[in-house]
Design a protein around this ligand. Structure first.
Ligand code: HEC
Length: 182
């Protein structure tokens, strides 16, 4: 009889526990493991329960938040890029400085620091036909297009540099070209 009462008590207790709303457990040992912390794609974190501002800061471009590049790698595509694309970034000192830094990493080995076509790889005759920027009829759109698709011996740099970095490099190449033409 004693055992029987114990069994009844246990069954009752078990059913009370299991009827609890699972989403609001009485005791949470480590709440993070039950309720996930929402991921904010913009990387900003809400502090002390303040709402997270998910709007990008004016004048900036969220990583990945830009339209896909769908201009074809053809002569027509080149001309289309040249006549239709404009740099979405403002010509600020910061953009230009980052453009210079990125240019010196990804482009100067062939094109030279000044853009005269005299980079290390050119000097060592690894690559021939690297132009002096001032000898090419190029603009922001065509430079962007060539970064995306490459041109003849020059390969695409699309996967190595972000959207904003490409346009920063474009700004810097235009500045180099103007300096070379002086
Ligand atoms: C491996 C060497 C190499 C690297 C690195 C390289 N280029 Fe080039 N680039 C070339 C060669 C070669 C050409 C000439 C292509 C042609 O017209 O046949 C060229 C041509 C160009 C042109 C002229 C294209 C036109 O429309 O006439 C631009 C602009 C240019 N490169 C920009 C860049 C930028 C910006 C980078 C860095 C993101 C870069 N290149 C990296 C080799 C390179």
């Amino acid at each position: 009889m004693k055992n029987f009462k114990l069994i009844i008590a246990l069954v009752t207790l078990t059913s009370i526990i299991s009827c609890n709303d699972k989403r609001t457990p009485q005791l949470q040992y480590m709440p993070d493991m039950y309720v996930s912390i929402p991921y904010n794609p913009n990387g900003a974190e809400g502090l002390n329960g303040n709402p997270v501002n998910s709007e990008p800061v004016a004048g900036t471009i969220a990583r990945g938040g830009h339209p896909a590049y769908d201009i074809a790698d053809t002569n027509e595509g080149y001309e289309l890029a040249k006549t239709s694309l404009t740099n979405p970034l403002e010509a600020t000192e910061e953009n230009l400085a980052n453009g210079k830094a990125m240019y010196e990493i990804y482009c100067a080995s062939c094109h030279g620091k000044k853009g005269d076509g005299n980079g290390v790889l050119s000097q060592r005759e690894k690559f021939s036909g690297i132009p002096n920027y001032k000898d090419r009829d190029i603009n922001a759109g065509s430079i962007y297009h060539v970064i995306m698709h490459g041109k003849n011996l020059m390969g695409s740099h699309a996967s190595q540099i972000t959207y904003a970095e490409r346009w920063q490099i474009v700004q810097y190449v235009e500045v180099l070209r103007l300096d070379l033409a002086k």
